[in-house]
Design a protein around this ligand. Sequence first.
Ligand code: PLP
Length: 480
Amino acid sequence: MSDLDALTSSAYSQALEVIASVEPRIAAATRQELADQRGSLKLIASENYASPAVLLTMGTWFSDKYAEGTVGHRFYAGCQNVDTVETLAAEHARELFGAEYAYAQPHSGIDANLVAFWSILAHRVEGPWLEKAGSKNVNELTDADWESLRKELGNQRLLGMSLDAGGHLTHGFRPNISGKMFHQQQYGTDPETGLLDYDVVRAKAKEFKPLILVAGYSAYPRRVNFAKMREIADEVGATLMVDMAHFAGLVAGKVFTGDEDPVPHAHVVTTTTHKSLRGPRGGMVLATKEYAPSVDRGCPMVLGGPLSHVMAAKAVALAEARQPAFQTYAQAVADNAQSLAEGFKSRGAKLVTDGTDNHIVLLDVSSFGLTGRQAESALLDAGVVTNRNSVPSDPNGAWYTSGVRLGTPALTTRGFGHDEFDNVAELIVQVLQNTEAGTTKAGGPSKASYTLAEGVADKIKDASAEMLDKHPLYPGLELS
Ligand SMILES: *Cc1c(COP(=O)(O)O)cnc(C)c1O
């Protein structure tokens, strides 16, 4: 055991004892969560394992501090150390992504998108409105002025990728606030190939003339050409917002460069920090200088007080992502997705877009006679953690779905390589081949119930355990 491993082990063992002295059940659940994560094949494409340094950074007294406002301009006294933390997080982010401006405060990806939407509205709608009204100060507006401004703000258009093509619910989906705030339209993917068709996006943009064109996804297994998206945005006078929540790690690790790197092309880029980027649970916004002043108003515009302990952990994670080892990791994430996809194809399974070139594989389980819900549940019984996901024009809708989304970031962190991912494909195919769709009480086909053939779950768990033991999670961490 290295010195650092020994330190980490004793830090966590002691921390758990302190927690147990107040509420032992929370200490026990925390221990159990580690055991569960260590013992399952985590293929959830949006999850990862942050380093002990990142995790430990979150457990401090920075949690106790209020720091609304921005660096040097806080609504509370005594924020000098938070200023250090936020400055470092933003500096690492700017350097890592080559961004003109970085905002490290958003509490999550959804919050980062809210910041982006309102910043764009502030910059493009509120600012010009105030100028036209001949007043620069919002405090001087009359009730009638407010009515008119509110109408302007509420009358804007957003064009994003549709949910069933892989877009995110915050990109204009009706149940989300983005679908209520904006007049929204969506672009999908080609029904034959499942790929984005930029000519279709362009035609939609020309017809709809959105204020905001959103690019980015959470379940599209392919790269996006952001230079082309920017061209389209420019042609219609839209602001290009890229939500790289899912693939930020591939941008940070220089797997996505040139036209595939959103940062040089978008006006505003939003992200999470806990997915492929492998940091703490949180969000971030990158922007051009032009949009920086309005993004900077994120708190208190739409955000509550910053989570300073999490911003500190973002700084640590971003420092990690600036190391050469992170580029090796990111490349392995993409290579492993290839191995997983090839593993499925060689066993006759059907993939949306027939493959991948990022970290996501979207398995169409309809050829196994199952819904996504049934497949997800049967896989979980066998210790394989995934999530069901719609496929384009999904006949089973967004709840039952026909797909299962898989991602390589987490298991790649554990050290899984080509052979393991090929084997993962084999194990998943075995589970699905041995799962029968159930029937409803009325005797019709059920979209939820299923039967997994006897003995299969144990067999798969044994085969997984062999790989998981070979690639332990937090290898040097031993709890006393
Ligand atoms: C995950 C995700 C989000 C939301 O992130 P949260 O931290 O869960 O709020 C937003 N956009 C995209 C594209 C995502 O994949």
